[in-house]
Design a binder for this molecule. Sequence first.
Ligand code: COA
Length: 161
Amino acid sequence: MASIGISLRPGDARDAGVVEQVMAAAFDPQWGEAWTRSQLLGVMALPGIKLLIAEAGEEPAGFALTRSVLDEAELLLLGVTPEHRRARIGSLLVEAVVADCAAHGVETLHLEVRSNNPAILFYSAHGFAKCGERRNYYKGADGRHYDARTYRRSIATRAIG
Ligand SMILES: CC(C)(COP(=O)(O)OP(=O)(O)OC[C@H]1O[C@@H](n2cnc3c(N)ncnc32)[C@H](O)[C@@H]1OP(=O)(O)O)[C@@H](O)C(=O)NCCC(=O)NCCS
């Protein structure tokens, strides 16, 4: 699918409802990974936070939430609504995050993902390499524990001058 009609825009705390809407559709409740409104607003008040929203026409289709501190950044949340998946919206969001990191001197982008999340294939396709594991970090609705994996990718920072 082509990404015709998809646009990206920066967001802020006023978009918390939009993010909640996408999270509710994108994150399987089995894993309890969607943040609450107060978690979201708490994190969005921190320095270095950036929210990027993808819209299909007027409709929210995805978002990426990133936090950067000096030359490191973490992709905290990424989600695309099921009806808009495999249309490169996730890729557009990650590419925009990477471009923004490069423009602001971030050298490494980190993330953490549940070890059985198919998003791992997506992240691998985007140049992220596994760098660590947190045993039994997630607890599913089935009561079982699942490992978390940490990934990172280098950012080619833009040359100055
Ligand atoms: C992961 C996610 C953001 C990907 O978004 P997307 O818009 O569907 O991704 P793209 O269309 O840009 O995918 C690009 C490539 O990544 C890979 N990919 C994406 N989703 C995949 C999946 N579920 N299984 C295997 N490979 C996948 C494919 O190689 C794909 O290319 P292709 O469609 O030509 O085969 C989306 O599936 C999602 O929101 N998942 C639920 C929330 C989540 O787990 N977020 C990450 C942890 S916070």
